[in-house]
Design a protein around this ligand. Structure first.
Ligand code: NIG
Ligand code: FE
Length: 395
């Protein structure tokens, strides 16, 4: 595989604090980066750059690690624009609409679901995302959940079994029967197709005991835990995530001081999903409070048809900066290194020798433009595993 030199980078965000300006972003100016065999082989001053087979002139643009979108519901059919419009007139979000998407997803063919997911992945890549986590949760049957995970794996290795997303209509009045299925035959069918197990632990979804049961069953079967928690109100999700050593608890819209203290003393990342708070007209979590307490924070889109039909990490960053008291630098870190931590991945979210060459080249001189110029097309090129994916290479 030929080597590539990307040179004349105005601002290179490495996410290695031992490099460059010494900040958490480890910023180098007038920098260059060499790619070999899909990985970063060298970073440093443009003037010192070694030769390579191919040379890309970044023209003073900023280069950042590709975004790590560590929370999506990638595979689904249909939309819920009507539900969104009703919410904007004052209807609350209850999670009840999940069943609408389950009906639409069950009715879709594999090819239809694949085409819908592919279009979303393309949108994500165009806005700089290079790693995606993808959950099941709109099948809610043994075959339906396994099908979503099988399709998700065509796009990403970071797949999550979320059978405990809602109780499907055929188990109405028999929560226990459904949970037995989730922890039994459904889990068995999904384990070979997933890396993670997740549960919607919230006042209107699954209780603390139910959530612990699902997560423990998944862990016993070899999956790693992550949690949807504290989205609709205060609840046990964050502390349960810490108790079980989950990689992440996601949403965190409602956190008590005890929740924050528990997260701060743990390896569990708080993944904030401002797109969901935006689209459900909920309060935004106060990221500043979390960061100041020492909690590791990630940002993700939560792309799904109910609470956040959003594929753009730059939009998420802009919301986090404007509404959640994050600095542009903190938001970028959370959307890259933070997402990598939430997926327990050391090979992504950084641009240092040995890391995967997953890069977003911005059509802007600095990362601050991501929050400063929301809504514009700020991603010039996206590179994944050392190859340019946006704009697509011809031939
Ligand atoms: O992350 N909270 C649970 N799951 C999704 C929403 C699912 C839906 O409404 O379809 C979320 O917000
Ligand atoms: Fe979600």
């Amino acid at each position: 595989m030929p080597s590539t030199l990307i040179t004349e980078i105005g601002e290179l965000v490495t996410n290695d604090p031992s490099l460059g300006d010494g900040s958490a972003l480890g910023i180098l100016h007038d920098a260059a980066l060499v790619i070999e065999n899909g990985h970063v082989a060298w970073v440093g001053d443009s003037a010192d750059a070694p030769a390579a087979d191919e040379r890309i002139d970044a023209g003073g643009r900023a280069a950042i690690p590709g975004f790590v979108d560590s929370h999506t519901h990638l595979v689904f059919a249909g939309d819920r624009a009507g539900e969104f419009a009703a919410r904007m007139t004052g209807e609350p979000y209850t999670g009840g609409g999940i069943r609408t998407t389950v009906v639409a997803t069950r009715a879709a063919t594999d090819d239809e679901l694949r085409a819908l997911a592919r279009a979303r992945v393309r949108e994500m890549a165009a806005s700089g995302t290079t790693t995606i986590e993808a959950k099941s949760g709109y099948g809610l049957s043994v075959a339906g959940e396994a099908r979503i995970l099988r399709l998700s794996r065509e796009f990403t290795p970071e797949t999550t079994f979320l059978g405990a997303h809602a109780v499907p209509p055929e188990f109405e009045g028999d929560r226990d029967g459904y949970l037995a299925l989730v922890c039994g035959a459904m889990l068995e069918a999904c384990v070979p197709l997933a890396r993670w197990v997740d549960v919607f632990c919230d006042p209107r979804a699954f209780s603390e005991d139910e959530s612990r049961r699902v997560l423990r069953a998944g862990m016993t079967a070899g999956l790693l835990p992550r949690v949807h928690g504290n989205q609709l109100g205060h609840g046990p999700g964050a502390q349960l995530a810490v108790e079980l050593g989950a990689a992440s608890v996601d949403h965190c819209t409602y956190l008590s001081n005890d929740d924050i203290a528990a997260l701060a003393g743990s390896d569990t990342v708080a993944t904030l999903l401002p797109g969901a708070d935006f689209s459900t007209r909920s309060p935004y979590p106060d990221a500043r409070r979390l960061i100041d307490a020492g909690v590791s924070v990630a940002l993700a889109t939560d792309c799904n048809p109910g609470t956040s039909f959003i594929t753009s990490m730059p939009l998420v960053i802009a919301l986090a900066v404007r509404e959640m008291r994050m600095t542009p630098a903190e938001a970028l870190h959370a959307a890259t290194a933070g997402g990598a931590a939430a997926l327990r991945r050391g090979d992504i979210g950084r641009l240092v020798p040995g890391a995967r060459a997953d890069i977003a080249l911005l059509d802007a001189p600095s990362h601050a433009h991501l929050a400063y110029r929301p809504g514009g097309r700020l991603v010039w090129q996206t590179w994944k595993d050392g190859g340019r994916v946006v704009p697509a290479c011809s031939g």
